[in-house]
Design a protein around this ligand. Structure first.
Ligand code: BES
Ligand code: ZN
Ligand code: ZN
Length: 497
């Protein structure tokens, strides 16, 4: 999709008309260049009360002599914020059919620059489909959607750069979705690493380093190795560095990248196992966020680590009962090989300390228990720093991606560190509070500043996206499949939070 801003009054293609509830006619300020017959048709529809302009509703007028239009509801004017504009923009793309054509012209009566920007953002985000694996029928091929936003000269100066940023960030969201939707026969640890390596070539301020299997074994990354060794496709760690030479500390993002989670020897039940291809959603979030930052020209330092492995049962696979030694030196009693995300993250989090980051945030499709707790509506959010957790929660609210505060309690830490034979155990003692015990386990591997024995732990947050990265039917920014959630949250946190 291409979105441009122009102060003219030409209507190219289909007119997109966002309206508040209670609108009885086309607002006078929007009449310029509008064919009388189309205006008459719209006014009749509004006057008859046939279009109520409820948020996200649309009505199309196609086939008349005055051109085509799509009315889109913004809901009640008093409640209409940037989130409503974003959702209305997404609704336009969700309801666009071939008959509307690919040229669209949107014009607004009272919207601010931010609100028009949010509308464009919603259009950009929703303009996504994953059809790389479908044969294309020549007749179905369409040009890219070309959107023009009519506004005045003054607004153009503010809106143009804002839309550029939204387009760059949306490209990060779409990259995250592409990675998450990719079938697991093509998305395996080395494929992800290769893609990151190729991607980095286009930027001269991005470095990608790959720690391959042999190097991971040599370095003592016992968590990553144990999870990945049962697969023919060996595990690896991918390190992303943006503006590495900048002085001072920068954020560090860590992602769980299980390219397929069978559960390993603690095999999962068969139903819906195909969905476990998206168990690399955390690594996709990280990669997508780096794309959002790099493509919009962010000039600060940001680093990231993704822990890539395929969790397979085989004669080389780890067993329940194994005790492994992680990069931190701490040992883990592996009581269930399906609790593998925390094992790979133990090494990723510890490695993160080498970068002396300002803070660490990890993203993981970590537990079914988090989906039980929060459904598909919110990500679980834990942190060792209350103020930091609040900042992330607020960044999520600012962009319409909910991350809900969850408790990091000493009792859960105790539960995860009372193994009879190792420093930690990868399974809680009972089945309750599974998302919390997982977070408490991860905390054991967050390093102190400069790895000092009695130093302070680096500020850290954990985001469990098991319910929000996939299957989120109420997320209006996406049709189906991988959502690409939190690329926008973290972009906002890093650039404005
Ligand atoms: N990848 C799963 C978590 C998951 C479940 C993600 C459903 C998305 C949807 C994770 O590796 C896992 O299997 N977790 C176990 C942990 C348990 C064995 C302690 C779980 O949640 O059942
Ligand atoms: Zn698992
Ligand atoms: Zn998993």
């Amino acid at each position: 999709m291409k979105v441009s801003v122009s102060p003219g009054h030409n209507i190219n293609g289909t007119l997109i008309l966002p309206l508040f509830e209670g609108s009885e006619a086309v607002p006078e300020s929007l009449e310029a260049g509008l064919h009388n017959s189309l205006k008459g048709q719209i006014n009749r529809i509004l006057d008859d009360g046939d279009f109520k302009a409820k948020l996200k509703s649309t009505m199309s007028i196609i086939g008349g002599e005055g051109g085509k239009a799509m009315l889109v509801g913004l809901g009640k004017e008093a409640d209409c914020d940037i989130h409503a504009y974003r959702k209305a923009g997404a609704a336009v793309i969700a309801n666009r059919k071939k008959a509307h054509g690919t040229e669209l012209t949107a014009r607004f009566s009272t919207a601010s620059i931010e609100e028009m920007g949010a509308f464009a953002e919603g259009m950009l985000l929703r303009d996504y489909s994953y059809d790389h694996y479908k044969q294309q029928d020549k007749d179905d091929e369409e040009a890219d959607i070309d959107v023009r936003i009519n506004c005045n000269d003054e607004q153009e100066a503010g809106l143009s750069p804002l839309i550029k940023i939204h387009a760059g960030v949306a490209s990060g969201v779409h990259l995250s979705r592409d990675l998450g939707n990719c079938p697991p026969n093509d998305m395996y640890p080395e494929a992800f690493a290769d893609q990151a390596w190729e991607w980095a070539k286009q930027f001269d301020n991005v470095e990608v380093t790959i720690i391959n299997y042999a190097q991971a074994v040599k370095a003592g990354m016992g968590g990553l190795v144990a999870v990945g060794m049962g697969s023919e496709r060996k595990p690896c760690m991918v390190i992303f560095e943006l503006n590495r030479d900048k002085k001072g500390r920068g954020p560090m993002l860590v992602g769980k990248g299980i390219t397929f989670d069978t559960g390993g020897i603690s095999l999962k039940p068969g139903a819906n196992m195909d969905e476990m291809k998206y168990d690399m959603g955390g690594s996709a979030t990280v990669f997508g966020t780096m794309q959002a930052l790099a493509s919009t020209g962010y000039s600060g330092k940001v680093s990231a680590i993704t822990c890539m492995a395929e969790n397979m049962p085989s004669s080389n696979a780890q067993r329940p009962g194994d005790v492994i030694k992680t990069l931190s030196g701490k040992t883990i009693e592996v009581l269930n090989t399906d609790a593998e995300g925390r094992l790979v993250l133990s090494d990723g989090l510890w490695k993160a300390g080498e970068f002396d980051p300002e803070y660490i945030i990890d993203f993981a499709t970590l537990t079914g228990a988090c989906v039980v707790a929060l459904g598909h509506e919110a990500t679980g959010l834990w942190s060792n720093d209350d103020d930091f957790r609040t900042r992330i929660h607020e960044a999520g609210n600012a962009v319409g991606e909910l991350a809900w505060p969850m408790p990091l309690l000493p009792a859960f830490e105790k539960e995860m560190t009372d193994s009879k034979i190792a420093d930690t155990r990868n399974l809680g003692a009972g089945r309750w509070g599974g998302a919390n015990t997982a977070a408490a386990f991860l905390k054991q591997f967050v390093p102190n500043r400069n790895y000092e024995k009695d130093g302070e732990q680096i500020p850290w947050a954990h985001m469990d996206i098991a319910g929000t990265y996939w299957g989120a039917k109420t997320n209006s920014m996406v049709g189906h499949g991988a959502t690409g959630i939190h690329v926008r949250t973290i972009y906002h946190l890093i650039t404005q939070g």
